[in-house]
Ligand binder design. Structure first.
Ligand code: ATR
Length: 307
């Protein structure tokens, strides 16, 4: 039996802390709007673990001290969110290969005092794609819209999972090129980068089997901002994914629905990146359905708050 399993509380028991309660959490600045505590605590309760997930408001200057405290206080691990995802990398004992490639860490595991960093964003997206949309990127033509941190995580995971071609299309070409060049040597796929102003972008749209939107266009409070790709340019057979989850029905998702495309909305990636982190900490199968349901309820209750 794993150590985690031996610390199970009675299923359905009130969440009282005990002398054995183990702690996970999230480091962020700000952190008060994070949806992770509700989602992760619901998951820990569903697993029947005597664990608690706590938000920690960590200012940038305090990050090194806070990271050392993971070991001194015996935390199982933490999530790391804005603005610490890049800075934290230099403070760890080891960084997993995919996180190094992505250039950011969002999950730390305390392995007997050794701090190991992971990035679960890309895997979270992949699991959402597989579980919710029933799609496998193997051999597929992928078009990623945007070239920021989220695009990098998603492109990297798709290529590592066996996508045939990954096209990065971004407003600024230089950023798309830099992303493709950075990952190309490590992930066996055909890489193409282009500007969304390039006529070749239309060809990429026609060819794409899976389109993933990763920019901030249409994100709350800009809910009505027109999508990067208008409905008439979407092929009805393409799966259109938007990682923006606030609002859930972004202008791109609305355009894709109007065009008859299958769609994948953004809350799934958020839930599954949390589920992948929970699996790293507990070595147990995370209750993804509970996590997704809690997150969806939180988003409905707190429609305008930032994550
Ligand atoms: P994150 O790390 O959350 O993915 P980011 O690194 O700030 O976010 O990246 C934001 C992405 O949204 C970039 O691809 C950006 O395009 P540029 O590289 O050209 O700046 C894109 N983006 C933001 N606003 C945009 C807009 N109005 N039109 C098109 N793309 C936009």
């Amino acid at each position: 039996m794993s150590e985690a399993a031996s610390l199970r509380a009675e299923p359905g028991a009130p969440r009282l802390l005990s002398g054995r309660t183990r702690v996970v959490g999230v480091f962020g600045d700000p952190v008060e709007h994070s949806l992770s505590p509700a989602m992760q605590n619901a998951a820990l309760a569903a697993l029947g673990l005597d664990w608690v997930y706590v938000p920690f408001h960590v200012k940038p200057a305090e990050l090194p001290t806070a990271v050392r405290a993971i070991v001194s206080l015996g935390l199982v691990g933490v999530n790391v969110t804005v603005p610490h995802k890049v800075a934290v990398m230099d403070l760890l004992d080891e960084v997993d290969e995919e996180a190094r490639l992505i250039g950011a860490v969002n999950t730390i595991v305390n392995r007997d005092g050794r701090l190991v960093g992971y990035n679960t964003d890309g895997l979270g997206f992949l699991q959402s794609l597989e579980e919710q949309a029933g799609r496998d990127p193997r051999g597929a033509e992928i078009l990623v819209l945007g070239a920021g941190g989220a695009a990098q995580a998603i492109a990297c995971s798709m290529a590592m999972r066996g996508a045939a071609r990954v096209t990065i299309a971004n407003r600024s070409l230089a950023k798309a090129q830099a992303l493709a060049e950075r990952i190309r040597p490590y992930a066996p796929a055909e890489w193409t980068s282009l500007s969304t102003d390039d006529p070749a972008f239309l060809k990429a749209l026609r060819r794409a089997e899976i389109i993933v939107h990763t920019t901030t266009v249409g994100m709350h409070p800009h809910d009505d901002q027109p999508p990067i790709v208008p409905a008439e340019l979407l092929e009805p057979s393409a799966l259109v994914c938007d990682i923006v989850y606030r609002p859930r029905e972004t202008t791109l998702i609305q355009a894709a629905r109007a065009r008859g495309c299958p769609v994948l909305t953004g809350e799934g990636m958020l839930a599954y990146q949390g589920a992948v982190a929970l699996r790293l900490w507990t070595e147990m199968e995370p209750p993804a359905t509970v996590m997704l349901a809690t997150l969806t309820a939180q988003l409905a209750e707190r429609p305008s708050e930032r994550p």
